[in-house]
Design a protein around this ligand. Structure first.
Ligand SMILES: C[S@@+](CC[C@H](N)C(=O)[O-])C[C@H]1O[C@@H](n2cnc3c(N)ncnc32)[C@H](O)[C@@H]1O
Length: 245
């Protein structure tokens, strides 16, 4: 399973997709800053894992946060370093985070559906690693797509245009594994240029909360995306704010 994910994360097509949603990083950064104030976080040290191209780190860094980013993809890390001059970016596996990160952070973020790539045990391992690097007075912010929304609302075929590609996703949710199987086709100038397939584990709120509690977190609040609306079952995204228990 790991092999194909790495191929995806290192592909220019995927990086292109991440760069197209760059602007949204500013909304995330402003919201994270407000969350930090609301929950009384004093320090300014942020760990962004996985950081991708640095789209959230960039805006947090501009707001005066001291940002460290970790990502498994060499290419993502290279882009993040180019994009965020004042940040520190390290290539590494979030399943073994504490091997590369030795200090503690005031705010640890895992944004944009960045769990579920591997097995559930791996996600528990990742959450434990996030707990390990969160300072006792700090918070962790996890943002995931909501499984309960996805199973009833994700269309079987989704078209999107990420210039220069037309992307067609064929989605199929497997209720036995709770994984969304995706066959993704990239079309350029009317011709298919690449086809990839992958699957990702999706969580309902109670499932991810159980894993987070097992990993040593206390849940503070759950919001809908980067908003102040309290999460409801019909919301597409859930953003969990927690602290070490
Ligand atoms: C959907 S992107 C989100 C990136 C970033 N959080 C954002 O919002 O732009 C998921 C990222 O997870 C990274 N990733 C996947 N598995 C990883 C692992 N085991 N360790 C570190 N990064 C990983 C990928 O390289 C990719 O950049």
């Amino acid at each position: 399973m790991e092999e194909y994910w790495l191929k995806i994360f290192e592909s220019d097509l995927y990086i292109n997709e991440m760069l197209k949603i760059w602007e949204e990083g500013e909304k995330w950064a402003k919201w994270i800053d407000e969350v930090a104030k609301k929950f009384g976080v004093k320090g300014k040290k942020v760990l962004d894992v996985p950081c991708g191209v640095g789209r959230v780190s960039y805006f947090l860094s501009n707001m005066g946060y001291q940002v460290t980013g970790v990502d498994i993809s060499d290419k993502m890390i290279k882009k993040a370093k180019e994009n965020v001059k004042n940040g520190e970016f390290i290539r590494g596996d979030m399943r073994k985070l504490s091997e590369i990160i030795k200090s503690k952070f005031d705010i640890v973020i895992n944004i944009f559906n960045s769990l579920g790539y591997y097995e559930e045990e791996d996600d528990l391992k990742i959450l434990r690693e996030l707990r390990e690097v969160t300072s006792l007075e700090g918070i962790v912010i996890i943002n995931l797509e909501n499984r309960d929304f996805v199973i009833y609302n994700k269309p079987e075929i989704v078209h999107s245009y990420v210039p220069p590609y037309l992307i067609i996703d064929q989605n199929k949710f497997d209720p036995f594994t709770s994984r969304l199987q995706v066959i993704r086709t990239y079309i350029k100038d009317g011709k298919e240029v690449e086809k990839i397939s992958f699957s990702q584990r999706y969580y309902s709120l109670h499932e991810i909360i159980n894993l987070m509690k097992k990993a040593g977190f206390k849940i503070l609040e759950v919001y809908s995306g980067y908003s102040w609306k309290n999460f409801e079952i019909s919301d597409p995204q859930m953003t969990i704010v927690a602290k070490p228990s």
